[in-house]
Design a protein around this ligand. Structure first.
Ligand SMILES: Cc1cc2nc3c(=O)[nH]c(=O)nc-3n(C[C@H](O)[C@H](O)[C@H](O)COP(=O)(O)OP(=O)(O)OC[C@H]3O[C@@H](n4cnc5c(N)ncnc54)[C@H](O)[C@@H]3O)c2cc1C
Length: 273
């Protein structure tokens, strides 16, 4: 595989991370098992010690209509999906106009806003292992059990792009900070809100270095300028510890922490041990 050098302080939405060689996945799917696939790192915290990384080549950056099915390559950015749907009067993708990421990342995370989720109109995905129908994929709130790189996804088409919905989604974002972040830091636990819990344990506005649980929205961990991985991790762990001690609720990370130690099975970060 060819590689390219990516500076994650520029590339990731958190604006955190060093420069690492990232392998480019084209059509040879051998020797990829030990590499971690990234999209555009809008949901990702990159450590100084990440696993080997790879990303889809530009050959997966496409969108087309074939036999009345919408086919989107895994490397297509959400903004381009939204523009295509607007131009071709396709409904149900209005919500991606304000949802940063590439199609593969959106599908893997089952990204969405409230009841509008990318899985709603999904027919199937094409991975490095072949075709998987929607019914064969376990999925839920910000969760799927997809374990292979998504090269393409196929969607049902309904016509009628709704410009009012774009405005509605923009408004839904108005209480969210524009400071660099990776969106919601934790998933909302069932029947509750991560932001409420973070505030209840006194961490809304809490600072460590340049990292902060935003005063605008406590579940947004933001980088005020020169935030570093270690400070982000400190605040994540502190929120998990305090919320667990006070409420016996384990806050599960929505953001993906790309760090060799955190990703090991013993890590208390991703799941409670
Ligand atoms: C300001 C802001 C607001 C946000 N608001 C929301 C929101 O309202 N709702 C929401 O759901 N998300 C939100 N997010 C998070 C982000 O938009 C989504 O998680 C998006 O899906 C990330 O896509 P990405 O390409 O950047 O993925 P990355 O961050 O690069 O990767 C995320 C995960 O997806 C996997 N992945 C990436 N590409 C592929 C692929 N081709 N095949 C298989 N797995 C892959 C990675 O391995 C990783 O586990 C927000 C982020 C920001 C910065």
């Amino acid at each position: 595989m060819t590689t390219k050098l990516i500076n994650f302080k520029k590339y990731s939405s958190f604006k955190i991370g060093g420069s690492f060689d990232v392998s480019i996945l084209e059509e040879d799917f051998s020797n990829i098992e030990n590499c971690y696939l990234i999209g555009s790192c809008n949901n990702t915290l990159v450590s100084p010690n990440p696993p080997p990384l790879m990303t889809l080549s530009k050959m997966y950056d496409y969108i087309k209509i074939e036999n009345d099915v919408l086919k989107i390559g895994g490397a297509m950015p959400s903004g381009k999906v939204a523009s295509f749907c607007k131009k071709n009067n396709i409904a149900n993708f209005e919500f991606v106009s304000h949802l940063p990421g590439k199609l593969g990342g959106l599908v893997y995370m089952n990204a969405g806003l409230k009841e509008y989720e990318i899985f709603n109109n999904l027919i199937s995905i094409k991975t490095t292992n072949g075709i998987q129908k929607r019914s064969e994929i376990e999925h839920g709130y910000r969760f799927t059990n997809i374990d292979k790189p998504i090269l393409e996804a196929s969607f049902k088409i309904q016509y009628g792009f709704d410009i009012d919905k774009v405005a509605m989604f923009k408004k839904m974002r108005s209480n969210q900070p524009s400071t660099p972040s990776a969106g919601s830091c934790f998933k909302n636990p069932e029947g509750d809100y991560a932001g409420r819990l973070i505030e209840a344990v006194g961490l809304k506005g809490a600072l460590k270095g340049d990292m902060c649980f935003s005063l605008e929205h406590a579940n947004f961990l933001v980088n005020n300028g020169n935030g570093i991985f270690e400070d982000a991790l400190y605040l994540i762990k502190e929120a998990q510890r305090r919320v667990y001690e006070k409420f016996s609720i384990w806050l599960e990370c929505e953001i993906v922490v790309l760090d060799v130690d955190c990703m090991s099975s013993n890590s208390p970060l991703i799941k409670k041990t």
